[in-house]
Design a protein around this ligand. Structure first.
Ligand SMILES: Cc1cc2nc3c(=O)[nH]c(=O)nc-3n(C[C@H](O)[C@H](O)[C@H](O)COP(=O)(O)O)c2cc1C
Length: 363
């Protein structure tokens, strides 16, 4: 039993505190790269607004005292339904980048999705934190088969394919700032790709500016057949895309608008989640990201159809603020808030967080 008035004993008491600490470590250009969305950032606001339109209903005297937060995604056991997102250029925020994020995930009993455009290689992150580095992300471009082989050889359990990024979104703040980060921070997996060995600058240019032979679903399905691991389609917003991804062989989906960094204005992820869940039925694992900042957000996403959520910026705030400790702090804060809400709302388990526990309020 904690001896303080607070339910958790963490170095940081709130995400706001972590956010402030994170911002103090970076230039305004880097902060813009992190915080910014595409276009006029309508979607950035919409992602948050969607969460604030929902309320959690109390269940007085439910008798729930020790809810179980355990769940699993594609057979990977999780102590909390919160994963950390693949984000490229991680070394811009902290030299340890995803090594720190995956270590924090491991400590919190969850999983990091290790990015292709990260600072450290898939192999290195997995060596540092084998319990946290369980899923690796790649882009469906010409080098996908090569990097998928590396992911399998390194011992990952699943591959996350980002399907919403045929070209980088029109990121207004980066253009305004002429943001030109050190490409080294993105280079962990982008060298030695075995296709005439393009430079990191070339690969990045193709990722950001398009022209990277973005595949259609048929091509992705043909390559993914050889992945030898289950794969997750990240960047699904519509029932139609969900169905195409499943037809192409995806074993799970991430309902995501890429943290509002691709199409603007795109719908909020949370707003599209119920329709995607209805379209794919109850069995397909569906994750959600974009705008998750609190334990209440996790509860709402689960209630509206997600099996788990992924945090992007919230994890990066922790990383920039204090490396492993910071990311662990964020995961613990969100998890603890979720636990408290489950008790107050009478949800005994993750599966017990259902739509009936939530009220949508119209503005
Ligand atoms: C700085 C940054 C870099 C990102 N890089 C990638 C990436 O390389 N690949 C990818 O699939 N998603 C990338 N994302 C998107 C995240 O995986 C995730 O979808 C998004 O951050 C979720 O929204 P949130 O930040 O509101 O939680 C990036 C996001 C940020 C903030």
């Amino acid at each position: 039993m904690s001896s303080t008035l607070y339910p958790v004993d963490v170095e940081f008491g709130s995400l706001n505190e972590i956010h402030t600490a994170a911002m103090s470590t970076m230039s305004s250009e880097l902060a813009d790269y992190l915080e910014g969305g595409a276009g006029l950032e309508v979607t950035l606001d919409a992602n948050r607004a969607a969460f604030t339109r929902h309320r959690i209903l109390p269940e007085p005297m439910s008798g729930v005292q020790q809810p179980s937060l355990r769940t699993s995604v594609l057979g990977i056991e999780l102590a909390t339904p919160i994963l950390t997102a693949p984000f490229g250029g991680d070394g811009l925020f902290h030299p340890d980048g995803h090594c720190a994020v995956a270590t924090a995930a491991e400590r919190s009993g969850t999983v990091d999705i290790v990015p292709e455009a990260g600072t450290h290689s898939y192999e290195h992150v997995r060596r540092v934190a084998p319990g946290g580095a369980r899923i690796a992300q790649l882009h469906p471009f010409a080098h996908a088969a090569h990097n998928a082989e590396r992911i399998v050889a390194a011992g990952y359990d699943a591959i996350c394919v980002t399907v919403d990024s045929a070209i980088g979104g029109f990121r207004t703040r980066n253009m305004h700032n002429r943001f030109a980060p050190d490409l080294y921070a993105f280079s962990g997996n982008l060298t030695g790709l075995g296709e005439g060995d393009p430079s990191v600058a070339e690969v990045m240019s193709r990722l950001v500016h398009g022209g990277a032979q973005p595949w259609n679903w048929t091509q992705l399905a043909a390559t993914a057949r050889h992945f030898r691991l289950p794969w997750i389609a990240k960047g699904i917003l519509t029932p139609a895309a969900a169905e195409r991804a499943l037809q192409a062989g995806a074993a799970a989906l991430v309902v995501s608008n890429h943290g509002a960094r691709q199409i603007d204005p795109a719908p909020a992820s949370l707003d599209m989640l119920p329709a995607v869940r209805r379209a794919v039925g109850p069995e397909v694992p569906v994750l959600l990201d974009s705008g998750v900042r609190t334990g209440a957000d996790v509860f709402l996403a689960l209630a509206l159809g997600a099996d788990a959520v992924i945090i992007g910026r919230a994890a990066i705030y922790g990383l920039a603020a204090a490396g492993v400790t910071g990311v662990t702090g964020v995961l613990d804060l969100l998890t603890e808030e979720l636990r408290v809400l489950m008790i107050l709302s009478g949800a005994a388990s993750i599966a017990d967080i259902t739509a009936e526990r939530v009220l949508e309020v119209r503005p």
